[in-house]
Design a protein around this ligand. Structure first.
Ligand code: M6R
Length: 613
């Protein structure tokens, strides 16, 4: 949440910062701003998207070779011009951009106000620059860097910070606790960003800052140290992402591009990990801990949003294929009930971004209690990926659209591969069975491709019919119950239509009261072993005149007869079915949102990476 950029070097800083902010805009788009030093410390900022800021800069430009920038997802203080970052200290000499939450800001603000400091904004961030300046001014012998470290010791909460001082025009100070920050090392230039997307165009060499670290960055040097002034030697990593992967490639939205990328992202996720000929799965990332996983008492999976839905699919998978007991938790709730977890348990966290604050907190809670902590992440080098004991990357490529699509299918693929590997090692799945599963798994990318080629027009037509429906119900059973939740979430978040997902049989315990001739009910009827029961549920909807839209396999005449609209997809094993059934639901929500004129990639109130608790 919130994106931070910084630049120091020989280029025009404004241009680099604006470009970087556009790439980070998925992290928040309530306001945007930049501050540059060029003799003076000057800034431009305001409510709205980076494009607004860009327009402002056209008429009122800023030049300089050093600067910081910010795109905001509002927490403290409404999204308006004053609350936009950068924030300046009272003298105007210090500028700060911040991602995170300063939890004790009211106390600090009160103390600073009592000592005469005047605040402009309602944000928590403003206390950071005011506090640093106050400490800096309090003693003639103190350096600015020392003042920053002393201020950080008084701050409770989370932060990724970039700080500049008018009188230190060759340096950017950055600090991290709980919010991601990395440093890109160029040739006589340095880049700072919340993730790699603003950096990759210029350099592939990056240093990830860890919690409790600060860095002092000039155009040709950087020093990283702890908040207690202990110098650190940091590893320089090579970025694996390419520029193409973070651009729209001719699609009108990132979400559509990412939906259509799924045949490839699924293949990338499986590449080198499955062997259909000899029926084996090998996940390098968990090889060292595989015995602990095999012997685990149980697995708890914690995640949020779409990743939580893939966790629910994981529960079915691990219990069916590996006979390992699984519990699925909302990461945001996990630590608040003093969970009974410890040695012998495994906590598996799932996160596309690898930065979700709630998921990270669940991970830390479980690790502190002695559990083995594993991760499934998409973003390489992300905080969760680095803090887990072991894990598996999804390799889906950058996902920029706020609505998660290809990350979901890749997470499910990883869960399938983990469950198969576990089932094989526990002796539950024979070599023959493994071969059958893996052969079918290797067919999934072409089945997804087939769906995308054949149903796109049908879904567009369906979306046109239901664009203005005020409500939607999604029903599924077994493996497709989580897909019902996912379909409803996709529709809600990008088209602002109220939608609910339910296990189909649960409907009669309440939600059936909602069904009338106006209610579209999306039925995910593509799971063989629950087909008869599902048919009964569809009858129940039909009896109440609900408008049935079925996602079904080609050969299901009963479902076809009962449905007003049918989307036919190829069949697969029940346990792989979410990988196919989710595709029409992603497209349906996409086209409805487009018809409604919604901002698909940047839905209101949301951000891609939720780094606040
Ligand atoms: O990066 P994560 O997978 O941890 O993110 C979790 C959720 O915030 C995320 O899945 C969110 O629900 C998406 N916007 C759903 O499309």
């Amino acid at each position: 949440m919130c994106g931070i950029v910084g630049y120091i070097g020989h280029r025009d800083a404004s241009t680099v910062l604006i470009k970087g902010l556009k790439r980070l805009e998925y992290r928040g788009y309530d306001s945007a701003g930049i501050a540059l030093i060029n003799g003076e410390l000057a800034y431009r900022k305001g409510k709205g998207k980076v494009a607004n800021l860009e327009r402002v800069l056209k008429n009122d430009s800023l030049s300089g070779k050093l600067g910081i920038g910010h795109t905001r997802w509002a927490t403290h203080g409404e999204p308006n011009d004053i609350n936009s970052h950068p924030h300046l200290s009272e003298s105007g000499n210090v500028a700060v951009v911040h991602n995170g939450i300063i939890e004790n800001y009211t106390t600090l603000k009160k103390q600073l106000t009592e000592r005469g400091r005047v605040f402009q904004s309602q944000t928590d961030t403003e206390v950071v620059c005011q506090l640093i300046e106050e400490i800096y001014h309090s003693s003639p012998n103190i350096t600015f860097e020392q003042a920053i470290r002393l201020a950080l010791k008084q701050i409770v909460g989370t932060y990724g910070l970039a700080i500049i001082h008018k009188e230190i025009p060759d340096t950017i100070f950055i600090a991290r606790k709980g919010s991601p920050l990395l440093l890109g090392i160029g040739d006589n230039e340095m880049f700072i960003a919340s993730d790699a997307s603003p950096i990759v165009e210029y350099t592939k060499r990056v240093v990830y800052l860890d919690d409790g670290e600060i860095a002092i960055v000039t155009k040709n040097s950087y020093r990283v140290k702890t908040i207690d002034d202990v110098p650190l030697t940091k590893e320089v990593h090579e970025l694996a992402i390419s520029l193409d992967a973070i651009e729209k490639a001719g699609y009108p939205h990132f979400m559509l591009k990412e939906i259509f990328e799924q045949p490839r992202s699924i293949s990338d996720c499986m590449r080198g990990r499955i062997n259909p000929e000899n029926g084996t799965v090998l996940l390098g990332g968990i090889e060292d801990i595989i015995d602990k996983l095999v012997n685990a008492r149980r697995i708890i999976i914690a995640a949020c949003g779409t990743s939580w839905h893939s966790a629910l699919v994981g529960e079915y998978l691990f219990e069916q294929l590996a006979k390992t007991p699984v519990e699925v938790e909302y990461a945001s709730e996990f630590r608040y009930r003093d969970p009974l977890i410890g040695k012998g348990d495994v906590l598996l966290v799932i996160s596309q971004s690898g930065e979700t604050a709630d998921t990270l907190a669940a991970l830390r809670e479980a690790r502190n209690k002695g559990a083995l902590v594993l991760g499934i992440c998409n973003v390489v080098g992300s905080t969760i990926a680095r803090e887990t004991d072991a894990g598996v990357y999804t390799h889906a490529g950058p996902e920029i659209g706020v609505a998660s699509t290809k990350a979901f299918t890749a997470q499910v693929i990883v869960l399938i591969m983990m469950a198969l590997e576990l089932g094989q090692r526990k002796g539950i799945l024979t070599r023959q069975k493994m071969k059958e599963y893996i052969i079918e798994l290797s067919r999934i990318p072409s089945k997804v491709e087939y769906i995308l080629e054949h149903i796109d027009e049908e879904i567009k037509n369906l979306a046109a019919l239901f664009t203005y429906a005020p409500n939607f119900l999604y029903l599924g059973r077994s493996y497709n119950f989580p897909v019902a939740l996912e379909g409803a979430l996709k529709l809600k978040e990008i088209s602002y239509i109220h939608a609910e997902g339910y296990p189909a049989a649960e409907m009669k315990h309440g939600p059936i009261a909602l069904i009338d001739e106006m209610m579209p009910v999306v039925v995910i009827a593509a799971t063989d072993h629950t087909n008869d029961k599902m048919i009964s549920n569809i009858e129940e909807v039909k009896a109440r005149k609900g408008r049935i839209i079925s996602i079904m396999n080609d050969d299901n005449p009963e479902v076809k007869k009962l449905s007003e609209f049918c989307i036919s997809i190829p069949s697969t094993l029940d346990c792989f079915s979410p990988l196919l059934t989710v595709i029409p639901l992603q497209l349906l929500s996409y086209y409805i949102a487009v018809n409604r004129g919604c901002n698909v990639d940047q839905p209101r109130n949301l951000a891609k990476s939720v780094t606040v608790e």
